[in-house]
Design a protein around this ligand. Structure first.
Ligand code: ADP
Ligand code: MG
Length: 319
């Protein structure tokens, strides 16, 4: 017999509380949470809809992971330390096998980052997952996307384009074999530690969810600045290089979303400090360009400088 709503919440989403700042978690009408004095609460919410953000039949454990990862990535890109999450789940049916795998993926990632699931909502309908995440950051240390300054180095954590390649593989658009690309698409690793290390050091930061060109475009627009990237410096993994060599679109890595790497800027005078700080943990980061005064995004490639129309890289652009 299928589980009812309350048994389902109890079995899959109620866990012992480990955080001292959670006065009351799942079970009452509200959670009661104690914010850290002297810090801002950073809050973000994201929804994943079946058929829009993921394909029907996607592995539920990966989906649980990704549902939380995208929200933790938003906290990371503010430089915030994650603390609490809530989960609003709309399910077509109460399927215990699916729920067990989904909860496993979500709660394992939460535990790794010391994050507590403190509440949510469970309803019946087409599959959709909404995760709200909250964390803390000092106001002066928060990494705003509008804070890029002329002369800043532009950096990217990890690598570029793999999730986009993963999507092409999953959709059967390429016959290239690259399990690491599918893994990156299905289980992105939010750059939580990197984000916290950058708080108070980087000027501007954004996570790459819609594609580097589009997301960097937001940052440039917000700061009233421009940028020139260096193609040779882009951290393109070998699978992407193989894909391009085999005739794949070479601009895909700039257009493709879902990598959830951090793109951030650092004042030239503090770039040495950055190297020292990032060396403390396992997250590569490379400089891919520089902020300049002239608005717009440019790419140095094969001794030429190309203009990149970031609007051409948006999901919805004006007709
Ligand atoms: P209410 O009717 O007061 O909104 P609900 O029946 O929706 O309460 O939820 C009961 C409790 O379970 C609440 O504490 C709520 O936060 C929690 N909850 C419901 N769904 C989830 C979920 N998917 N994950 C975590 N907590 C949940
Ligand atoms: Mg409710």
């Amino acid at each position: 017999m299928a589980l009812g709503e309350f048994e389902l919440i109890k079995q899959f989403f109620t866990r012992p509380n480990h955080r001292a700042d959670v006065c009351l978690g799942v079970g009452d009408d509200c959670a009661l949470l104690r914010p850290t004095e002297g810090e801002c609460v950073a809050m973000t919410v994201d929804t994943l809809v079946e058929g829009v953000h993921f394909l029907a039949g996607t592995d539920p454990e990966g989906l649980g992971h990704k549902s939380l990862a995208v929200s933790l990535s938003d906290l990371a890109s503010m430089g915030a330390r994650p603390a609490w999450v809530s989960l609003a789940l709309t399910l077509p049916r109460s399927d215990e096998t699916w729920l067990a795998a989904f909860a496993k993926g979500l709660l394992a990632l939460a535990e790794r980052h010391g994050v507590e699931l403190v509440g949510g909502d469970t309803t019946r309908g087409p599959l959709s997952i909404t995760v709200q995440a909250m964390g803390f950051v000092r106001e002066k240390d928060a990494l705003r996307r509008s804070a890029a300054r002329v002369g800043d180095g532009i950096y990217l954590t990890g690598d570029l384009g793999l999730a986009g390649l993963g999507l092409e593989i999953v959709l059967g658009k390429t016959r290239l074999r690259a399990p690491e690309a599918v893994a990156k698409l299905e289980r992105p690793e939010p750059r939580v530690q990197a984000g916290m290390a950058l708080a108070g050091l980087a000027n501007a930061c954004i996570d790459v969810s819609d594609g580097l060109a589009a997301d960097l475009g937001h940052m440039l627009e917000g700061g009233g600045v421009g940028a020139t990237l260096d193609w040779a410096a882009l951290p393109l993994p070998s699978a992407i290089r193989r894909h391009i060599a085999a005739g794949g679109d070479e601009w895909m890595p700039l257009r493709a979303g879902d990598d959830y790497e951090l793109c951030f800027t650092v004042a030239a005078a503090r770039e040495n400090e950055l190297a020292a700080r990032m060396a403390e943990f396992d997250c590569s980061c490379v400089r891919i360009g520089r902020i300049d005064e002239q608005p717009g995004l440019r790419m140095k490639k094969d001794r030429r400088v190309l203009d990149i129309d970031v609007r051409g890289f948006q999901h919805f652009h004006p007709a």
